[in-house]
Design a protein around this ligand. Structure first.
Ligand SMILES: O=C(O)CCC(=O)C(=O)O
Ligand SMILES: [Fe+2]
Length: 302
């Protein structure tokens, strides 16, 4: 893979928090911060700028987690309900399938886009504390992809920019909502603080996004791990309490640890972009975001 410095002179490509000027912007806005900014603790933003991730403790309501999990598990047991999911089987074949309990333990098993199927997900993905996203986007966020994990994904190290696209690029942030206390060895999320500011690694066609059949694809995670270690970034494991929420910047290197024991690791990932950004699938299918009663915006691919 080719290494290429990020061109920060093209400021429109980046969210302000990801630019080298981010701390100046924050300082300039700091006086107004108490009144105008949604984040009541400015260190949360500082950490997001410097480390590419931040954590909000107890950011969603426990009762809302209960309701969401009850609705989801009822849907997965109901033969009349067909939610989509993807996973890899033991023969290394990728599947797009109907989500059922017994398939949730497969490698990278994800139930897709629950935000357009279960209204009880809205209280989680648009919980008031998650308004923090408006400070990063300076406009309303649109939830454009959700992934439910019953177990650890065991997904190799990656940057979401290899798989998730927005126009302008880098214009998205992910949230990871802990739906139970997460124990070690359950395939917990890992990440490398600061890695969102590394040079870009480009695939064979010169893109940050991986294309089907790309010759660099099979070695991508190993190459990225090597790159991260050259920078000296330290691998950190996320062992949150139920209702804690982690946010990561589009280019933060992360993945799922190996599962060393048979235990659940329930979590909900949401990718959000600013209202003015576009997601290719929405443009191609001419679908526009829908506004929910709670004020949040959603769009979905599946
Ligand atoms: O939760 C995990 O194990 C990884 C999730 C992830 O990388 C993602 O959804 O982008
Ligand atoms: Fe990811």
């Amino acid at each position: 893979m080719q290494r290429c410095a990020k061109d920060y002179t093209d400021t429109k490509q980046f969210l302000w928090t990801d630019t080298p000027a981010a701390h100046d912007v924050l300082k300039a806005g700091e006086k107004r911060w108490l009144k105008k900014w949604r984040t009541k603790d400015i260190n949360i933003l500082r950490r997001f700028i410097d480390e590419g991730y931040t954590v909000l403790d107890s950011a969603v309501a426990s009762a809302d987690v209960d309701k969401f999990l009850a609705d989801l598990h009822a849907a997965l047991s109901d033969p009349k309900v067909e939610f989509p999911m993807t996973y890899w089987d033991d023969q290394n074949t990728h599947h797009y399938d109907i989500a059922r309990h017994e398939k949730l333990g497969h490698l990278e098993a994800k139930v897709l886009d629950v935000h357009v199927r279960l209204s009880s997900s809205h209280k989680l993905i648009f919980a008031p504390r998650l308004d923090f996203l408006k400070d990063i986007f300076r406009e309303d966020p649109v939830a454009f992809q959700t992934l439910y994990f019953e177990n650890g994904s065991q997904q190799g190290a990656h940057q979401d920019t290899a798989f998730v696209y927005t126009d302008p690029p880098y214009h998205f942030v992910a949230s990871w909502i802990a739906l139970e206390d997460i124990a070690p060895d359950t395939g917990e999320l890992f990440y490398y603080p600061g890695s969102h500011r590394m040079d870009d690694l480009l695939f064979a066609e010169g893109t940050k996004a991986v294309r089907p059949g790309d010759p660099d694809g099979p070695r991508y995670s190993a190459t990225l791990e090597q790159f991260v270690s050259e920078y000296g970034f330290k691998r950190t494991r996320f062992l949150p309490k139920r209702t804690d929420v982690l946010f990561w910047s589009s280019d933060l290197v992360h993945g799922g640890e190996q599962r060393m024991r048979n235990a659940t690791r329930r979590s909900l990932v949401t990718h959000y972009c600013p209202c003015s950004a576009t997601v290719p699938y929405a443009r191609e299918k001419s679908i526009r975001p829908t506004r929910l009663d709670c004020g949040g915006w959603i769009v979905a691919n599946y």
